[in-house]
Design a protein around this ligand. Sequence first.
Ligand SMILES: Nc1ncnc2c1ncn2[C@@H]1O[C@H](COP(=O)(O)OP(=O)(O)O)[C@@H](O)[C@H]1O
Ligand SMILES: CSC[C@H]1O[C@H](OP(=O)(O)O)[C@H](O)[C@@H]1O
Length: 392
Amino acid sequence: MAITQLKHYHSLTIESAISLAKDLSLFDPSENLTCEEIGDGNLNYVFRIASSESGKSIIIKQALPYAKVVGESWPLTLDRARIEARALTLQRSLAERLVPEVYHSDEQLAITIMEDLSHLEIARKGLNKGEIYPSLSKDIGEFLGATLFFTSDYALHPFKKKGYVKEFSNPELCKITEDLVFTDPFFNSETNEFEQALEEEVRNLWDDLPLKLEVAKLKRSFLTEGEALLHGDLHTGSIFAGKEETKVIDPEFAFYGPIGFDLGQFLANLIFQAVVREEKPKKEEILRHIETTWDVFESTFSQFWDQSEDAYTKIDGYLEYVLEKSFADTIGFLGCELIRRTIGLAHVEDLDSVQDEEKRVLYKKTCLALGRECILERHRIRSIQDLLDKLI
Ligand SMILES: Nc1ncnc2c1ncn2[C@@H]1O[C@H](COP(=O)(O)OP(=O)(O)O)[C@@H](O)[C@H]1O
Ligand SMILES: CSC[C@H]1O[C@H](OP(=O)(O)O)[C@H](O)[C@@H]1O
């Protein structure tokens, strides 16, 4: 009888990460390898292994059985590593240029081994330094048009789509979003974190019943509308950018949800930049990115729509209905992201790194007011220009 040796989960160290890379023949046995842990996200460890001889390098990302940002008191499923590796592979098959290659994955060890993108920079970091990324919004618009269309019912046989819905069932990570994006910031919850100077605005939000009703509707969409496979956490910290290259990483929150969610998260994270940039040309750069993201998403999605085999896609007005609904959802989700990143558990460097306290508080108040307006007015904000008018 063959004896199968089961690999049990253990968290990697610098040494064991190097041994693993060698065991998997990702490097020549004779190569001298260096390894460093470079993870700066909230949840996982990320090891970069490089050979000085060949110049080759790889990334090993490992999930921990808890959320790194909080520690062992917040247990978290290792299944997120399976979801991430699968989502990267599927998204790469739909938008090859915009997603890193996965070399290997292992569910037991909760690892994904992938292409090293260190020649690029995390978009949030670069944007904060004033870097210009000419193709960022065009690329993200294309990524969203392709990944959202080709994982939806407009493109897939219903059996295939429902298979994906099952495969990407991601209850624990969805629960984080349900709590941290849709619930906690709108209630006096322990996870919230905000400065004293925002107390009055925050209490007003908590007391704002019409606002809470609209957030409840958005949360309901997130919980119930399995339209397409979402990235699920598409903020500027999940994107590597360069002058001519863009890559989307970190889809561990992937699941079937409403099309507007990824768009809303990405646009909100651009809006943080629009808010903190006071010089007109610098702000303009971001406004153009906001416009281009939606425009490219809309045109890419519409082009693919014409290839659909679903008879209803030939009915006049159906595409327009889907786009209008997705746009209103995008504006609403964008509002929730603006608020949660300002007063919730997970903040953004764009706002928090502003040293001048008066300015920082002013920017945060602007984000809260804008978030509220977008949630409440999402059906009256009819075009991307209507949104831009609110940012000037
Ligand atoms: N493929 C990659 N190439 C180079 N660096 C990477 C890669 N993936 C992740 N990193 C680095 O690790 C950090 C955290 O990765 P991320 O996937 O966002 O982890 P988390 O899920 O913990 O948020 C990134 O900000 C980046 O600096
Ligand atoms: C405790 S998870 C908080 C927050 O972190 C995730 O982002 P990332 O891992 O990319 O830093 C996600 O946005 C969660 O809402």
